[in-house]
Every structure is written in structure tokens, then in C-alpha cells.
Design a protein around this ligand. Sequence first.
Ligand code: NDP
Length: 241
Amino acid sequence: METKPLVAVTGASSGIGEATARAFSAAGHPVLLMARRMDRMEALGLPNAVLRQVDVRDRDAIAAAVRDAEESFGPVDMMFANAGIARLADIGRQPPEEWDEMIDINTKGVMNTVHAVMNGMMARKRGTLVMMSSIAGRKVYPDHTVYCGTKYFVHAVSESLREYLSAYDVRVIVLSPGVIETEVLSGVLDEETLANYKNNKVKMGGGIGADIVGDLILNAYQLPQKALVQEICLTPTRQTY
Ligand code: NDP
């Protein structure tokens, strides 16, 4: 039987990361799952899975997890730099500590994740990086200020990486979802912002399922290595903002 390459996901303990891990696992890939909540990753019960308690702010921990998984399953062929938090808030009253957290996890965490696999992919002239941005990395919202900043960062880095890595046949896909039903809102600590977000969500008839995102990433990955879906912008049909 053909052995499929190893894929790695940060933020695999819930939401889009979990759904993507499930999709690749169902397609027969061994998976490296990274997040802070081990119990949630264990509960998935995926076969051929390496689970590591990793905070993406810890560059060495990501590198060690990749090394461990590669020893068992060979090189990481797809890395999904997905882990992130959305401390959405009115910037006028947001505690700066929330900016620190978002910047560290959503921007530096993404760079730490890419760093763990990029050189190996370049040497092999093969690989796929999937970078988690957001619709908030394409347009701004007045009560998402720093969150938008982190996602614009991911967009800019992804565009640059895509150009840099194209000569090495490494694909870079930037993912820009709209409202997806996950646990992401548990990170919104500002009550008024949360209430407004929920109202808007009701108006658009709710978000869409994380499994749709996971399946789409799998489809993009399964195209021949020569073909690159540069960006996936996926929203509920009724989302206009
Ligand atoms: P969830 O809250 O369900 O998932 C977030 C994941 O990130 C969890 O697995 C969490 O795991 C992990 N995570 C958070 N902080 C860290 C950290 N410091 N180190 C390691 N893992 C971490 O939400 P989503 O699935 O929605 O979020 C995934 C990504 O999608 C985020 O980057 C988010 O910004 C982005 N996004 C989401 C949208 C949506 O509408 N849901 C829309 C656009 C983008 P744990 O807590 O166990 O560490």
C-alpha cells in the first residue's frame, strides 16, 4: 500500500485545525498534531498520529515536535500554521496585554511554525505551507484593530514567502476564512464587541462548518505539486462584511 506523506497542524485541538487534521487523516496521511490541550487531541483518536503539547510561541518546542514526528513518518509535506486567537475589541479600551498575546501567537507563532519545516522543504524541492490569515487579513474592521494587523502580517509574509519559495517548488497557500463555527469567540473578552459580532453573525444566517474548510485545504493540497491555489477566501454566502 502507498504510504502518504506526513502533514502537521498547529491548533489541532479544536475548530479549523481539528477539522483539517481529520480530513487529512481520513485521506490516509499520518498527522502531527500540536496545541496546548492534549486531552482534546487525544480525544480525536486519529491513527498514525503524533500528538505534542506545543505553544507556538515556543520555537524550540515546534522544532522538537517536527523532529519526533519525522523520525516515525518521514518529512513533513504540508504544514498548516493555523493556531491563533481573536481578542477582538474596541481599541480604545483594549488592554495592551491582549495585543501582545495576539501578536505573539498569530504572527510570531506562524513564523516559528514555518521555520520548523521550511529549510527541509527547500532541500527536498517539495512541500506545502498553509498560512492562516482571515477575511480580516484582506479588509479591516474598526473593532478588530490589532487582530486585523496580525492577519495582514500573515498575508504579507505569505505573499513574500510564495515568491521566495516558488524557485524551490514549495507551495504557499494563504487561507482567508470568513465566519466559521468554531470556539474562536471564546477568546473575545470584550462583551460589547462579542455581542456585535454575534448580532452580525445572526444577520448572515450563521457561520459555516469547519469541516468545509478542512476539506477545501485537502483538495488544494491534492492538486499536482505544480499547481498552486494561492489563496482560499471562503465565507458564508450571506457574509458581505
Ligand atoms: P479555535 O479557537 O477553535 O481554535 C484555535 C486553535 O488554536 C486551538 O486548537 C488552540 O489550541 C490553538 N492555539 C491558540 N493559541 C495557541 C498557542 N499559543 N499555541 C498553540 N496553539 C494555540 O478557533 P478557529 O479554529 O476558528 O481558529 C483557528 C484559526 O483560524 C485562528 O488563527 C483564527 O484566527 C483563524 N480564523 C478563524 C475564523 C473563524 O471564524 N472561526 C475566521 C478567520 C480566521 P489550544 O488552546 O489547545 O492551544
